[in-house]
Write a new protein. Structure first.
Length: 348
């Protein structure tokens, strides 16, 4: 009598073929996933499977979550923040959830990259360790180590590859690239520069290339000041400038004249006053800022979203779509000071 070692696939919805059931389940908003998970074991397993996230992405049903890393002393804390806009309210419905921290001891001065549904934690101080967080499975795993200790790095992602660039230039290699498909690292040769040993003040992906800004020399553009965090939104370079003025400002790079211009906000809704040193991200064509503010003894995490456009005079104009406090520290850590580290947008 013939036998088979292959088990029949578990039935998701008894009255429907599995392929049709998959199409239905992937369209359900994330807020109802805990309810779906309680229906049956097959559905619970499906909700954390790569196939489920791939189908959601192909159907344009993915929802954006912000992954926050906050460090309390030397202990990293991870959270997800999901904002569902409410057309009938002045603010959206914000949900915050705690996540498991990396299994090893605290990783100091690490940077992060997002490829697909995975967060890569790498570039720790004098360390070659790499940790990968699967956002679908909520699980950490060790990744391939960086070939050489880089002290501390900044990461950029291009075509599924992660570029880890050191904070200052060297005559030898000062950058590595990691192919997330093959799982292999490769050292990049150093470009020929007039001076080595300079600090790198800005990074961005421009026109399919990795661009690096130095204080005295340019690889692509040369900002006339140390402008800090740089982000590209709809082909426009944006930076948060808290050095040259008493009041923080956002600047945009005008390629036509080769200079930085002030982003004029229609109504900042108090966003800039609440974010002294924010983390910036391009989220679906809009500029998102998130950071911390100390107020009355509490450390508040604020977030805002800006639509960047050019007006008729070729100046940059920004409309703050929303600006809200995500949460304050007294909800999570009582009477302890901690420092905001990173915000990563992930579509699931």
């Amino acid at each position: 009598m013939p036998t088979t070692t292959d088990e029949a696939p578990a039935i998701l919805i008894p009255s429907l073929p599995n392929d049709i059931a998959l199409q239905c389940l992937t369209r359900v908003p994330r807020q109802y996933h805990p309810v779906l998970a309680a229906v049956s074991k097959p559905i619970r397993s499906l909700l954390s499977s790569p196939e489920f996230f791939a189908v959601r992405s192909s159907l344009n049903c993915s929802e954006l979550l912000f992954y926050l890393r906050i460090v309390e002393f030397d202990k990293p804390l991870w959270f997800t923040v999901h904002r569902r806009p409410d057309p009938n309210a002045a603010t959206g419905d914000i949900k915050v959830a705690r996540l498991p921290s990396s299994p090893e001891e605290p990783l100091v001065w690490s940077d992060y990259a997002v490829v697909g549904s995975k967060i890569y934690d790498l570039g720790h101080l004098f360390s070659t360790e790499v940790w990968i967080f699967d956002c679908g499975l909520h699980r950490w795993e060790r990744g391939p180590s960086i070939p050489m200790r880089r002290h501390a790095v900044k990461t950029l992602v291009l075509d599924g590859k992660i570029y880890a660039i050191r904070w200052w230039t060297e005559e030898n290699s000062w950058a590595d690239v990691f192919d997330t498909v093959t799982g292999r690292w490769k050292a990049l040769p150093s470009p020929k520069l007039r001076v080595y040993g300079e600090n790198v003040v800005g990074y961005a992906i421009r026109s399919g290339k990795v661009c690096v800004w130095l204080k005295r020399e340019e690889l692509r553009f040369d900002p006339d000041e140390d402008v800090g965090e740089i982000c590209e939104v709809n082909g426009v370079l944006c930076c948060y400038d808290h050095y040259s003025r008493r009041i923080p400002t956002i600047k945009c790079f005008d390629e036509r004249i080769g200079a930085w211009k002030l982003l004029k906000l229609v109504d900042d809704r108090g966003l800039l006053n609440n974010l002294p040193q924010p983390w910036m991200a391009n989220v679906r064509g809009r500029l998102v800022l998130i950071g911390t503010k100390f107020f009355s003894g509490d450390n508040q995490v604020w977030c805002g979203e800006i639509e960047v456009k050019k007006d008729g005079d070729e100046d940059f104009k920004g409309e703050v779509l929303w600006s809200e406090m995500v949460f304050s520290t007294d909800k999570w850590v009582m009477d302890r000071q901690h420092f905001f580290y990173a915000c990563l947008p992930v579509s699931l």
